[in-house]
Design a protein around this ligand. Structure first.
Ligand code: PXG
Length: 461
């Protein structure tokens, strides 16, 4: 247990934060107007505490990452031990450390046989930057230098660096970075609730995949390097693709020899009830990007697995791969990731996600009758609640994101962390959540929905 109150001078921290801390993905004016941040001080299991002593149910595992839950001493001890042994050494210039190598082998053992090699990064964004350089170079080495174009999905999220945000389809990010840069393209996301119209989800899944083929033909198949997708689009609002979608994407990419990148930063390490999302949705990627759940967020670390077909030319033809970051394979982060994977394995947490999935889904379903809920959906321990002004027509409230923010703020007041992606409320609780805690999560969620409805009931269509 790690639930004792922490002695902090809250006022001082808030003051210092307003004075000196420039936050990511934040409207700074309204942040200041609201009196600064909520300060999170400690956590245990699915619970976190703020500086005022509020006990909060974290329905988001931080930012989709604290999969084993808060307060696992084993992870702290693994970091402590490794820091004493060797706090840092690099993996450049024909060197390695024991945890980095052991982790590469461990990750490889969790993946299909064709993934024997792993490149380490410090975040999901860096992983995707790595993938773009690697893939472009790979196609040059293979004598196909024209294969330089990448295709992602609208509202896909692949990170915040310039290249990762190009792969992603978040317009708000493009607008602030002078992107998308040439060579990055975006197609229909498999989002039946908003775009499916009268079609069945399965037919719509085929349509969304057909949009990829259309783009490939427009660019010229010989110019396309890779398609990147999250098995479930997380930050877009937990878009769970219809069953037809991924198999059809696979067929199309195979037809035109286009590489498939599975961005498993959210889905990886058990979230969907399998180790990886591509297993849940039945496709065969060439490259896998991982971060978040790799260390359950206890330290920053990411990894990219390349299939042997892609690494082979590097081993046979030689020549440097001109890419790397100081902390690639950081030994302390790697030691923590190894211990994290050990916990997932020894406590059968992937099986636990699968077992809890129907209970979690039933909890979501219990909200489906709520007047402002248009749809609920989930796979494993990741789910979404669509806010809608008319269940039948799946109509949206005006000013996309407004009602989602209202609901998120009510969740905050109710001591539940449930995030809003526009007007979709999303959940991804830690795997250690109990059935009783799932009940509590949905009890709090209903309170937040009731309060939201009270605010917008006059807008129902
Ligand atoms: N790929 C995917 C699928 C992600 O979800 C990244 C790459 C980038 O990872 P890093 O470690 O560079 O952040 C992510 C990250 C949100 C939110 O509000 C989601 C992410 C990050 C921050 C906020 O939903 N996903």
């Amino acid at each position: 247990m790690n639930a004792q109150p922490k002695n902090i001078n809250l006022e001082e921290i808030v003051k210092a934060d307003i004075a000196h801390h420039f936050h990511p993905f934040t409207d700074h004016k309204s942040f200041h107007a609201a009196g600064g941040p909520r300060v999170i001080t400690h956590g245990d299991g699915v619970w976190i505490w703020d500086g005022k002593g509020n006990k909060i149910l974290d329905g988001m595992s931080g930012l989709w990452c604290v999969n084993v839950g808060y307060g696992r001493k084993e992870l702290a001890e693994a970091a402590y031990k490794q820091m004493l042994d060797l706090p840092y050494y690099n993996t450049f210039f024909k060197t390695t450390t024991v945890p980095a190598t052991e982790l590469a082998a461990k990750i490889s053992s969790l993946l299909p046989e064709r993934f024997q090699h792993v490149f380490f990064t410090n975040s999901g964004s860096e992983g995707n930057d790595t993938i773009v350089r690697f893939v472009r170079h790979y196609w040059k080495v293979m004598g196909k230098p024209y294969r330089q174009h990448f295709i992602g999905r609208r509202r896909g999220y692949h990170g915040s660096t310039m290249v990762a945000s190009n792969l992603g389809g978040m317009v708000g990010m493009h607008e602030q970075g002078g992107t998308p840069l040439p060579g990055f393209h975006h197609v229909q996301q498999p989002y039946w609730f908003d775009f499916g119209g009268d079609k069945s989800p399965e037919d719509f899944g085929m349509d969304a995949a057909a949009d990829l083929e259309k783009k490939i033909l427009e660019l010229g198949p010989e110019n396309v390097a890779a398609f990147i997708g999250e098995p479930i689009q997380g930050a877009a609002g937990v878009l769970i693709p219809p069953s037809t979608y991924w198999p059809e994407v696979q067929r199309i990419c195979k037809k035109y020899e286009i590489l498939i990148v599975s961005d498993e930063v959210i889905c990886g390490f058990g979230r969907t009830g399998n180790w990886f999302g591509f297993e849940t949705f039945g496709f065969e990627p060439d490259i896998i990007n991982m971060a978040k759940g790799l260390s359950s967020g206890y330290l920053p670390i990411g990894a990219v697995a390349f299939s042997d077909k892609l690494t082979k030319p590097f081993f046979e033809k030689g020549g440097d791969f001109n890419h790397g970051m100081t902390y690639d394979g950081h030994p302390v982060a790697a030691a923590v990731a190894l211990k994290n994977i050990e916990l997932i394995e020894t406590e059968n947490m992937v099986g636990r996600v699968r077992e809890l999935a129907p209970y979690f889904a039933a909890g979501l379903q219990s909200l489906a009758d709520h007047p402002i809920v248009g749809e609920v959906r989930s796979v494993g321990l990741i789910g979404a609640i669509e806010l809608s002004s008319n269940k039948k027509t799946r109509a949206r409230f005006h000013d996309s994101g407004r009602v989602g923010t209202i609901c998120r703020d009510h969740c905050f007041q109710t001591n539940l962390i449930m995030r809003a992606c526009w007007d979709t409320m999303v959940l991804a609780p830690p795997f250690c959540i109990t059935k009783k805690e799932i009940d509590e999560l949905f009890r709090l969620a209903r309170i937040a929905l009731d309060k939201t409805y009270a605010d917008v009931s006059g807008e129902m269509a």
